[in-house]
Design a protein around this ligand. Structure first.
Ligand code: FMN
Length: 368
């Protein structure tokens, strides 16, 4: 009851005061401001406690151990919000059960030319064309190593966005450099082969190239679970190839999905944009892919569902479709940071309604 009241107040303040101010400013500056605020809140014990009092929610029905990793709840931050791993100290207190950081690349990249982030409120979506902006793994890995995390951390690894890595051999070497730098850091790794915003497109959705990459990884494989992050725009044949190779090379699961890249003119509500789209424009594509992968792998691979989660019902749909865990970014930007607690609390209610004693019992039930 108290949590519901708290969420109502914080959500109301966010939607009626903070969001109109944020949305009156440039999207990227607002994102940078949010990250700077998170860094400040995470730097002091008192502000961490205050954040926890405002946002934290827990319930044993949401706890699971997956691939040997304990998750206090299934809601994670998706890759792209904390590009340089600066928010590790604050994310658990906001209520996240885990966080995927990055995407990180071997070399630093300042990102594609601005503008590279657009809001589409009518569609509850963002246009994203950052192009894997990050400070590079040499700077980032030591920071993650020295920061204690109360929640599992996923390391999202991509190929440096530059002309030199378009060549397959150079691209693979670049992925491997980043993968090796994270050898003993974090709880799991995700190989991002689906960024829609890079030089040379998404070469590793090609079967032969992906096999070359997975072979190279298998030679230096660490003990951490390994995921592949998929594009929602794969054809069924491409998806079948990735799933088959995932089986051959002992990939533990799939992150479904990255941004949606529609074909044709890049214009929405009269605004020209570049790159891919998030939020509600990915929601169904992502849920359908989760169902497909779950059925195709007979529920044996772990699926992390992401795309357009704005409520407990949205998250629960992805879990019933086959996701063991879910992630979000856009929902939090549109609804406010109390959304994590709202979803976790709402999911406990949905589990109770369906007679499940734990979230794990709901996974994939829509496909049975
Ligand atoms: C601002 C922004 C930056 C992103 N950057 C990355 C990234 O670096 N790596 C990645 O794998 N996905 C990235 N994504 C995709 C998200 O991780 C996620 O897959 C997608 O946005 C769908 O989730 P959402 O609808 O909850 O935002 C980014 C998304 C946004 C909105």
């Amino acid at each position: 009851m108290f949590t519901q009241f708290k969420n109502l107040i914080i959500g109301g303040l966010y939607r009626h005061i903070a969001k109109p101010i944020f949305f009156a400013h440039d999207p990227e500056s607002t994102h940078d401001f949010a990250v700077r605020t998170g860094v400040q809140l995470g730097s002091h014990k008192l502000t961490r406690i205050a954040t926890r009092c405002a946002f934290y929610f827990s319930d044993t029905r949401l706890e699971q151990t997956i691939l040997g990793i304990h998750f206090k709840n299934p809601i994670g931050l998706s890759a792209g919000f904390d590009k340089n791993a600066e928010l590790i100290s604050i994310l658990p207190h906001v209520g996240f059960g885990f966080a995927e950081l990055g995407s990180f690349t071997a070399k630093p990249y300042e990102g594609n030319p601005k503008p590279r982030l657009w809001r589409f409120p009518k569609h509850k979506s963002l246009g994203v064309w950052f192009g894997l902006k990050n400070n590079g793994i040499t700077e980032i890995a030591p920071r993650i190593k020295k920061t204690h995390s109360e929640i599992p951390l996923g390391m999202c690894i991509a190929k440096t966005n530059c002309k030199e890595t378009v060549d397959t051999e150079a691209g693979v070497a670049d992925y491997i450099k980043c993968y090796k730098a994270l050898y003993e850091i974090g709880s799991y790794d995700t190989i991002n082969i689906s960024c829609p915003n890079t030089f040379g497109g998404q070469p590793f959705i090609n079967r032969e190239k992906l096999e070359t990459l997975l072979q190279a990884i298998s030679k230096v494989r660490n003990k951490k679970p390994l995921f592949i992050k998929l594009s929602p725009n794969l054809t069924q044949a491409q998806l079948d190839d990735v799933i088959e190779l995932g089986e051959t090379y002992n990939v533990d699961g799939f992150v479904c999905t990255n941004l949606h890249k529609p074909k044709g003119k890049k214009e929405l509500d009269g605004i020209a944009y570049k790159g891919g789209l998030s939020g509600k424009l990915v929601d169904d594509l992502s849920t359908n892919m989760i169902s497909y992968v779950y059925k195709k792998t007979h529920g044996k691979k772990i699926i992390i569902g992401v795309g357009g989660i704005f409520s407990a019902k949205d998250a629960y749909e992805k879990i019933k479709a086959g996701a063991s865990l879910v992630q979000l970014i856009t929902g939090m930007i549109y609804q406010g940071p109390q959304l994590i607690s709202e979803i976790n609390r709402g999911m406990v209610k949905l589990l109770k309604k369906d007679g499940y004693t734990n979230i794990s019992k709901a996974i994939g039930t829509k496909n049975n």
